[in-house]
Each structure stands twice: as C-alpha cells, then as structure tokens.
Design a protein around this ligand. Structure first.
Ligand SMILES: Nc1nc2c(c(=O)[nH]1)N[C@H]1C(S)=C(S)[C@@H](COP(=O)(O)OP(=O)(O)OC[C@H]3O[C@@H](n4cnc5c(=O)[nH]c(N)nc54)[C@H](O)[C@@H]3O)O[C@H]1N2
Ligand SMILES: Nc1nc2c(c(=O)[nH]1)N[C@H]1C(S)=C(S)[C@@H](COP(=O)(O)OP(=O)(O)OC[C@H]3O[C@@H](n4cnc5c(=O)[nH]c(N)nc54)[C@H](O)[C@@H]3O)O[C@H]1N2
Ligand code: SF4
Ligand SMILES: [Mo]
Length: 748
C-alpha cells in the first residue's frame, strides 16, 4: 500500500514535549522492593552485572551485584539510570497504525489485527515481487536467542536473502580482520589479562566515556606499572591519563601501524620463534612496510616522529602487552585494513594467547558479540558459519528441515538495502532493534527510502524516529521484560533475567516474530515456548561451528558467572583465552591455536589509502563523530532518561581554538556545519583537546540535530562499515540560532 509521505514527523500525544523524559522522582523515593533480580546492564558490550529492584510489576531501582566478576558492583551513569526507562510514559503499550488523517499521524490498533496486517503485506509483496523484495533489519541489542530466531525467520519463513543488522555500523571491520588473521571473530583474551600487561595500546577508543568500567582495568594496570599508549585525534579522558598520546589525523591509522612494524623490524624487536611457528605471511608484510619510514609515517599521520619512535620502542620491547581498538579505527572505508595493521604489530611481538598478553576489539553493543554470531548478518549462518560455503549451507538446511536450494544465499548489507529500496528491488521491510533514521550516514537519503517502501513495520518499545515512518509499529519488549543470553565483549556468554512482565499489549520480541510466522501460515519451526527452548535449538545449530555454544546451558552460565565460547560439550569449561597453547578449536583440530587448518595466524599486507572524502579548498575541515558518556547510540532510550539528558542536553561541535579563531567562532556560538550532503547547525565548544584540523560531534540526536545528515555513506569494500569517522566539512559562524529551536521538536 502506498502511504502518503508525512512531511515533518508527527507524533502522538503521549510523546508530547513535556514528557520527553522521566525525572524518576517517584521511583527514587526509596520504596522497598519485593525482590532483587540478578541480570546485566542493557547498554554497552561490557555487560556489567546489576541487580534490579522490583516491586510489583515495576523496576524501581538497582543494587550493585558485587559478585559478578567483571564489574564487581561498579556501574557507569547509564547503568545506574537505565531502570528509569521501564515506567516511562512513552513506553509503547499497544500496536499503532500509520494514519495520515489522524492528528498525530498514528492510531492504535489491536495487536492481532496489526499482526494480520503485517502478514498480509508480507504475503502480498513477496507474491508480487519475489521473496527478496521483503527485507529484515535486526540489531545487536537483541538477545542471542532473538538474533538466531530472526535469522531463521528471514531465511526459513520469509525465504528472503535480505537480512542484516545494526552491527553492520559497528563491529564488522574488526570482525572481518579477525577472521582474515585468526580465522575467528572474538576478543582473544578476557579483560583480566589487561591487569597483567606492561604496555597497553589503545587505538581509536574513548574508553573512559564508552566503556567506563573497562577503564578501571586500564588504570589498575597503570598502578601495576603498565605504560599506556593512546592513539586518537582527541585528548579523551583516557588520553589524559596515558603515558604517550599519539594525536593521529583521522583516517591515517594504517600508516601508523605500518610505521611501527617497520621500526620493530629495523630494531629487531620481534618474536622470531612465534612468527616462525605460529604465523604465515610475515615476509610479504615486512616487505610492504619497509616504505613506512618514521618520517613518512609522521607526514601522513600528523604524529611527531619522536612519538612514533617512542611508541615503537615501548611496544617492541614490552614483556607483556594488550592492544585494543574500537570504532575510531574501524569506522573507515579502510577499517578492515586498519585492524589488520593492528593485528600485524601484535603478531610480530608474539604477545598473544598468553597470560597478560592480549588483543581485542572492544565490542560496542550490549550483545554486539552474540548478535554477530548466529545468523542475522547477511552472509552468515548460525555458529558463525558462512552462508556461501556449500557444507555450511547443507548443514544448516538439514538442521532446519529444508533443502540447500531452498536456503537463500547471501544478501546485501544494511546500507545497500536502502539503495535497493531506491531501485525498487526492496518493497517492504521489517525493522527490529535498529534506528536507521538517526544512525545511518546521510539520513536525508534514508528518510526518502523509508518513505518509498510500500510497507514498513517496526518492533520497538519506544516510538523511534524510524518508527514514525512505519505503517505498523508493534510494541516489543524491554530488556527487563524477557530472559535470554548475550555474549559480552570479552566472549563471555551470560544470562539476562526477566524482572517484570510486558505491560499492556506489548509482547516479548520473539513472540511477535513467531506470531507473524503463524499469521503467514508458516509456523513450523516457530513454535518455541520460551527463550530456553530457542537456546536449546541454537546450541544444536552452533555445534561444530566456530562459535560453538553446544556445551553451554542456562544453569552452567548461572553457576559459573558466564561461560566463554567455544564450549563444545557440557563437560567443557569454556575458553576464556582463545589462542592459548593447547586450546581446542574445530578448524585446526590440534594443528595449532588459530582457526585455520594449519593452526597458524596470518599476517596481512595492509596498504594505506586516504579516506573516501578528504578535505579540499571547498570543504577544508575533517569531521569525525562518536559518543558522549551519558547518551547511548541513537538516543531513543537515553534521550528519555532525565538525569542522562541533564548531563548532556544537546550535541555540540568541539573545535580547537586555532580553528575557531580562523572562523571567528567563539565558545557557545552557533556553527553551520556543511558537507556535500547536507547541513547541521550546532553550538560550538572550544576545546584544546582536539587536533586543529578536525572537529568532533556526537551523534546521539535526531532530526536537525543529527550529525548523520552530514556524514558520508562511503563504506569499507570488505566489511561495508560506513566511514563515520571522516568526512570533509566547512564551518560557517551563524549569528542567529537555527530555526529548529523556534519549532516544537519533541523527543530531541
Ligand atoms: N556512552 C556511550 N558508551 C557507548 C556507546 C554509546 O553510544 N555511548 N555505544 C557503544 C557502542 S555500540 C560502541 S560501537 C562503542 C564505541 O566506542 P568507541 O569506539 O570508543 O567510541 P567513538 O566515540 O565512536 O570513537 C572512539 C574514538 O575514536 C576517535 N577517532 C575518530 N577518528 C579516528 C581515527 O581516524 N583514528 C583513531 N585512532 N581514532 C579516531 C574519536 O576521537 C573517539 O575518541 O561504545 C559503546 N559504549
Ligand atoms: N555518525 C555516527 N553514526 C553512527 C556511529 C558513529 O560513531 N557516528 N556509530 C554507529 C554504531 S557503532 C552503532 S552500534 C549504530 C547504532 O545504531 P542503532 O542500532 O540505530 O542504535 P540504537 O539506539 O541501538 O537503536 C536501536 C533501536 O532499537 C530499540 N531497541 C533496543 N533494544 C531493543 C530490544 O531488545 N528489542 C526491541 N524490539 N527494540 C530494541 C531502541 O529503542 C532503538 O530504537 O550507530 C552507528 N551510527
Ligand atoms: S559500562 Fe556499559 S554495561 Fe557497564 S554500566 Fe555502563 S553502559 Fe552498562
Ligand atoms: Mo556500535
């Protein structure tokens, strides 16, 4: 059905401007809980343990869970305030149907009717245009059970190849690089190894704001004498406490890693035995980095030669070390190459797979790890299997009771799906746990594409900027309303416990997916009665795969405070340190610890290339984007939590005094940020903590405060991650506040 575009977003009364967020006064009034539920934080990949205080059917607060080994009771501001979401007045309690005639743009709809309509539209679109014309978007805040079910739903029930997820915007560069170098995609070590490392190298992560509890590990290591090296265009809070800060020009990290490797080779700071026994490809890589002299590296990266030499020496001569990176080096059109460069300097040092010697990407989303292993990626099947591998296809087809021919092949990445909407190839879409209107680059394009869909259904618990473009919005479940497993950034499979029931007509997400399958008349394989039943199937599906969960049970997780995968049998203790000598893996079968038939890790030549859109005379300033401590991702949750909003009420643009002076900009001035895509006008914050050629804007806000209006939709050719960390802009000082301030903009 063609729906009239809604020109400016309209919203229903319940989302009115006075209800932007709950202050939580009532909840914090100290009333006594009926019970405590041990579970985990709903936000980042650290997955801190937390105890929720529950009274009746309401979460009224929290208590630290001191026994949980990772955070030992500690929580960051988001973890502390997350409980305020539950009783928020914006919580979706019923299904909604888009209705341009209604003053609010939507009217309520009984749940069963909404499900019928969704099934009818899927059926109509797929009959008219083929199975691939209906696409599915998932998310890595979903439990692993839901992620598995969603992948199965797309492939077995809808028979569409078009499923992908929001981790496409997040971990995929690191995942692709880890698979190329190690044959497996998981942090190599548990975080405890950080405590024993003598050199800690952090590239492109604002650890203190994004993973506050991990910061404590780094600081404890410093207390034990570790040296900390931070590579970032900004002096972030962790950089303020580091021993060596390398202020890299955005988009140039691969040059730095190549330069460091070159110095390691020149000075013979290498572990020859390790390289010889456990790796392949060193010679070609060594040959390639020879051109990366300290001088050339300094020229390209903007880092002083002296600092590069110092970093190489500390890294090269360390007795133990831990290298970690996050989106700062991954959100690039050469994000995979950046990660490979990082891995090369780890492999050359031989410091991996041992106590105090580690490497890992810091996975971002709550279930960023588990959500990327069991089949909601466009090219993947459960157990981290490859959808184009004939034996993997045969295995999963048989497991699901279909033929390999019936199993769809690889689909396209989440951003490409939007291009295909534009080409008329995708006509309908279901989105769960994804807010592309805020999170994808070049959101003007995204908005057009959402409006082009014949049918769009969203499952969320709050009306998001994306769901306002939906024809049907289904009320899904909050974290505390369901149970299931997630896998934390260190590879620990942990258990989320249910604290309360879904309110009103809201349903647990997995039930909604099954209800759609049933309404389509294809409920076979979608009749699970509980998350544990889904988990039992997932265990079987993952058996023999790389991400092998077959030996993990809910009981085992609870008894052991989590189990690290792979865990191939119930009597197997799990694998905290992935590449430890003698550790089991299904590919090498004893040949060595790495996940290749010869058991060896791979060096990879990682050539430098500039960003897709470099600065020029018209757009002379580098824009990089990221996060602040008190907001989370698209902000659909945290922009509703009063104390977090109070901490950072608005996005600002960080500008160095030299750059500001050049533009006549003073602190607090309005600045028009223009790129080749669009514009965004924000207030300036003049800071000395950023490179003078670069500006930084956090991306958690929507509408005209969204920096993703301006960012570029260029993607890494291998991982398809967007280049959020570099595009070219120009800055224009504005004498008047932007128009949007005069208008009513709820939710922002
Ligand atoms: N408070 C908070 N915490 C979060 C989240 C959140 O939204 N809010 N989100 C979670 C998720 S999903 C993720 S992915 C993680 C993200 O965690 P991080 O990756 O740590 O966070 P970002 O702010 O995206 O970027 C990190 C740093 O990269 C730097 N940077 C920019 N360009 C470059 C470059 O070219 N090279 C290098 N070396 N550095 C560069 C930025 O200055 C920034 O300090 O955080 C997780 N935790
Ligand atoms: N410019 C710029 N853009 C970026 C980034 C950047 O650094 N710069 N970072 C990128 C990164 S790393 C990420 S991870 C993405 C994140 O991008 P998104 O995935 O779009 O961000 P979220 O806020 O997690 O959106 C999830 C939506 O699902 C809902 N939701 C959360 N949990 C559940 C659940 O369990 N069930 C259901 N039904 N719904 C749920 C939330 O209310 C929200 O509306 O953003 C990317 N975008
Ligand atoms: S560090 Fe991450 S998991 Fe821990 S409380 Fe903060 S947001 Fe939650
Ligand atoms: Mo992320």
């Amino acid at each position: 059905m063609a729906i009239e575009p809604v020109p400016e977003l309209q919203i229903i009364d319940r989302f009115g401007p006075h209800r932007l967020y709950s202050k939580g006064a009532r909840l914090e009034s100290g009333s006594e809980p009926d019970r405590l539920v041990q579970t985990h934080c709903c936000f980042c990949g650290m997955q801190c343990g937390i105890q929720l205080k529950v009274k009746g059917n309401e979460v009224i607060g929290f208590e630290p869970w001191e026994e949980f080994p990772f955070n030992k009771g500690m929580l960051c501001p988001k973890g502390v305030k997350r409980y305020l979401q539950g009783s928020h007045p914006d919580r979706l309690l019923t299904a909604y149907q888009r209705d341009p005639d209604s003053p609010n743009g939507f009217r309520t709809l009984p749940y069963d009717q909404a499900i019928k309509r969704v099934a009818a539209e899927i059926d109509r679109i797929q009959k008219a245009h083929g199975p691939d014309s209906f696409a599915v978007l998932g998310g890595a805040s979903l439990t692993t059970e839901k992620a598995y079910l969603l992948g199965k739903f797309a492939r077995v029930c809808l028979r569409t190849s078009n499923i992908d997820y929001n981790g496409r915007l997040c971990m995929v560069s690191a995942a692709a690089a880890n698979k190329k170098a190690f044959g497996v995609d998981r942090a190599a070590n548990p975080w405890d190894d950080i405590l024993k490392a003598k050199v800690i190298w952090i590239s492109g992560s604002n650890v203190a704001e994004c993973f506050p509890i991990l910061t404590d590990y780094i600081w404890q290591a410093r207390e034990n004498g570790a040296r900390v090296i931070v590579v970032d265009p900004r002096i972030t809070p962790i950089a303020r406490t580091c021993d060596l800060f390398l202020p890299v020009k955005p988009g140039r990290d691969i040059a730095l890693f190549n330069g460091i490797l070159n110095l390691m080779i020149e000075n013979n700071w290498l572990d020859h035995d390790f390289i010889q026994q456990h790796t392949v490809g060193f010679e070609q890589t060594a040959e390639h980095v020879r051109e990366w002299t300290p001088r050339k590296t300094a020229e390209v990266t903007g880092i002083a030669e002296r600092s590069i030499r110092q970093a190489a020496e500390w890294w090269g001569t360390a007795s133990s070390s831990f290298l970690m990176h996050a989106r700062g080096i991954e959100h690039h059109t050469h994000g995979v190459q950046n990660c490979l460069g990082a891995i090369n300097i780890v492999l050359a040092s031989g410091r991996i797979g041992r106590e105090g010697c580690g490497y890992g990407t810091i996975t971002g989303q709550g279930n960023g790890q588990g959500g990327r292993e069991h089949g909601q990626k466009c090219d993947q099947l459960p157990g981290a299997r490859d959808i184009e591998n004939p034996s993997h296809r045969a295995h999963m087809a048989q497991f699901w009771g279909i033929t390999p021919e019936e199993l769809p092949r690889a689909g396209v990445d989440a951003y490409e799906m939007f291009r295909r909407i534009g080409r008329g190839e995708i006509k309908g879409m279901l989105s769960i746990c994804f807010n592309p209107m805020v999170s994808l680059p070049d959101t003007t394009f995204v908005k057009w594409m959402l409006e082009r869909l014949e049918f769009f259904v969203v499952i969320d618990f709050f009306m998001s900027e994306t769901s306002r473009h939906a024809d049907i919005v289904l009320p899904g479940s909050l974290h505390e309303e369901d149970e299931g497993t997630v896998t934390s950034a260190e590879g620990r499979v942990i258990k989320i416990n249910k604290a309360i029931d879904c309110p009103g007509d809201a349903r647990q997400d997995w039930r909604i997916i099954q209800d759609i399958a049933k309404a389509l008349g294809r409920e076979r394989g979608f009749t699970f009665g509980s998350p544990n039943e889904i988990f039992q199937e997932l265990r079987g599906a993952s058996a023999g795969g790389i991400a092998d969960y077959s030996g993990i049970t809910y009981e085992k997780i609870e008894q052991n405070m989590g189990v690290f995968w792979p865990c191939p049998s119930e009597d197997h203790p799990g694998t905290p340190r992935l590449f430890e000598k003698g550790s089991w893996n299904p590919i090498a079968k004893g040949a060595g610890p790495y996940y290749f038939p010869d058991g060896r890790a791979r060096f990879n030549v990682a050539p430098y290339s500039p960003p897709a859109e470099d600065v020029d005379v018209d757009f002379p300033v580098i824009l990089t984007t990221g996060r602040v401590v008190s907001q989370f991702l698209s902000g659909n949750q945290t922009r509703r939590i009063g104390p977090l909003v109070d901490q950072t009420p608005e996005p600002v643009i960080e500008i160095h005094p030299l750059l500001a002076e050049k533009h006549g900009i003073e602190d607090g001035d309005w600045v028009r940020i223009e790129s080749r895509r669009s514009v965004c006008t924000l207030q300036a914050r003049i800071v000395t903590t950023i490179r003078p050629d670069t500006v930084f804007v956090p991306y958690h806000w929507a509408g005209r405060k969204s920096i993703n209006q301006v960012t570029i939709a260029a993607q890494d050719p291998i991982s398809k991650i967007p280049e959020y960390k570099v595009c070219a802009v120009r800055l224009i000082r504005q004498y008047d506040p932007p128009d949007y301030l005069k208008e009513l903009e709820p939710q922002q």
